[in-house]
Design a protein around this ligand. Structure first.
Ligand code: F6P
Length: 549
């Protein structure tokens, strides 16, 4: 790994004229209601709705107008965003602390140098051949039976992305293979999955860019033991393993045949890798052609992001909107609420994408940061959240901007029930925006015949502040192509935010210390007599021993 010079120009945001101007804008904007924006501009919905690929993005329910948007794009200009996008799409080390390019776009479109494009093409050929062999039931296990179950063992970007897309494309699943995912080092995760799997017909994908991640290697070893115990110690079980990794040497040392190893490259970050061979489970569950449609949807957004005039750049606008709330309104989190059961894992994937990318406190030049960077990203499928945390969204003390994701038609025949889903999503966006004043509450209670003293006591509790902003991203239907566009939209939003904040979105040094500490604490657990320096940990370990005497 080699540190390289930072190829991006980095302004210090609070010193920028646009940053100062936005501070003034925010003071004024706080005095305006969302309703006022609409009354001042009847064409607001049309004016603030954008089309990108198969996505429609409605920003009308935000504390913005063209003046504020102009200042936000001034901030992008003063942050050298256009140049940063050019660097991202080049072979330069956008990930300078690891000396690597960040060219995940090359996985899904003709982007990057010819040798990258060739490498991706040959990887696709190998993926397609594996998909075909398994779908044709030509891939046999140690006892001669055709493989019918594939278990992906990976974690982080080697799990969350493929798992999210696998679930989202449920309507496109083929019945040939059963796909399962194991990620946690808790033995229960693998055990639960193996308990209803047949070793004779099960294939494991060991997905790990580094091939050193403890959770993945621990599960891979346990899986191999499970298989060997079933097959017998002298039986060759190598055909039950595929590896997806940038470290072929380590995979071969584990005992995986070179023919069963699919490549990953240093210029693909883990949280950006579902478009690579890491996405093999997606292709196995559906088809290689559907996987290519996913890639195509992302490539459309790449083209827009790299070519659109800055002030028409939609991923950039979404990033600027987040910075507007986080750095000028004091918002600490954003909620992503997919109103689609099969998209329920999208927040999990976007958590890693945004929080592992932009959860940083040091600028690209190594100087400490004295402004907010990534917000907490969280969420779950609607309408589930309406019966869980929406109370806080409506009447909590924090303003939490919401991204609603809403396919407008369902793969399911019950269209009436899907219309209820749509109605709930729109109702949440509307009530977050409008709220309910004390006068409206009192009038409603009076109309219900509630007595005056109860009205006086109850009204404050029923007032809804409103003015809570939301984005609604719709698509006609959740397809491989629209899903690819949606995820790529968030990838480029994340990168844009990192540029304006002056941080490296592509490294993750913050996870190293915990890994090292876990290794030394594990040693203390299994080798009594070597107490750790930390007194709290030492006490916890004593309690662990007491439980296991
Ligand atoms: O969380 C740290 C991390 O390195 C992620 O960035 C990555 O996606 C995950 O662990 C798994 O890494 P690997 O694919 O190398 O096993």
């Amino acid at each position: 790994m080699s540190f390289s010079q930072n190829p991006l120009k980095c302004a210090y945001p609070p010193s920028l004229p646009a940053w100062k101007a936005l501070q003034t804008e925010a003071q004024q904007a706080r005095t305006k209601t969302l309703k006022e924006y609409f009354s001042n501009s009847p064409s607001r919905t049309h004016e603030l709705s954008y089309q990108l690929s198969s996505l429609s993005i409605d920003l009308s329910r935000h504390h913005i107008d063209q003046r504020i948007i102009g200042k936000l794009f001034d901030l992008a200009d003063e942050s050298y965003l256009t140049d940063a996008i050019r660097v991202l799409f080049s072979e330069q080390a956008s990930n300078h602390t690891e000396g690597r390019a960040a060219l995940h776009m090359a996985l899904r479109g003709h982007v990057g140098p010819p040798d990258f494009i060739d490498a991706v093409q040959s990887c696709h050929e190998k993926m397609a051949a594996i998909v075909d062999a398994l779908h044709q039931q030509h891939w046999l296990g140690y006892s001669g039976k055709a493989i019918n179950t594939v278990i992906n063992i990976g974690i982080g970007g080697s799990d969350l992305g493929p798992r999210c897309v696998y679930e989202a494309l449920h309507p496109y699943h083929n019945p040939i293979l059963s796909l399962k995912f194991v990620a946690n080092i808790d033995p229960a995760d693998l055990a639960d999955t193996l308990s209803n799997s047949d070793p004779e017909t099960t294939l494991f994908i060991i997905a790990s860019k580094s091939f050193t991640t403890p959770e993945t290697l621990s599960n891979a070893l346990a899986a191999r033991q499970w298989l060997q115990e079933s097959a017998g110690t002298d039986t060759d079980i190598s055909n039950h393993f595929i590896a997806i990794t940038a470290r072929t040497d380590r995979a071969q040392k584990f005992g995986i045949n070179e023919d069963n190893i699919l490549p990953l490259w240093d210029w693909v970050g883990g949280r950006f890798s579902l478009w690579s061979a890491i996405g093999l489970p997606i292709a196995l569950a559906t088809s290689f052609d559907i996987f290519k449609q996913l890639l195509a949807g992302a490539a459309e957004v790449d083209k827009h992001f790299s070519e659109a005039p800055l002030r028409e750049n939609i991923p950039a606008l979404l990033a600027l909107l987040e910075i507007w709330y986080v750095n000028f309104w004091g918002c600490q989190s954003i909620a992503v609420l997919p109103y689609d059961h099969h998209l329920r894992l999208l927040p999990d994937h976007l958590q890693q994408l945004t929080m592992e990318s932009n959860g940083k406190c040091v600028r690209r030049d190594g100087t400490p940061i004295d402004y907010n960077t990534a917000p907490v990203l969280w969420g779950s499928a609607g309408t589930i959240g309406q019966h869980s945390f929406h109370q806080m969204l409506h009447q909590g003390t924090q303003m939490i901007p919401v991204d609603f994701i809403l396919p407008l038609s369902s793969h399911q025949p019950n269209q009436a029930q899907h219309a209820q889903m749509v109605a709930n999503c729109l109702a949440q966006a509307q009530t977050l925006m409008e709220g309910l004043t004390s006068t409206e509450v009192a009038n409603n209670l009076a109309a219900e015949g509630v007595d005056a003293s109860t009205i006086e006591a109850l009204t404050p509790h029923k007032v809804m502040p409103g003015n809570r902003p939301s984005t609604i991203i719709t698509t006609a239907k959740l397809t491989p192509q629209s899903l690819g566009s949606l995820i790529a939209l968030y990838e480029h939003k994340t990168f844009t935010a990192s540029v304006i904040l002056g941080i490296n979105a592509f490294d993750q040094w913050g996870v190293e210390l915990g890994k090292k500490a876990a290794a030394s604490i594990y040693d203390a657990l299994v080798n009594p007599g070597t107490p750790p320096a930390n007194p709290a940990t030492a006490t916890a370990i004593d309690q662990y021993y007491q439980q296991h005497q």
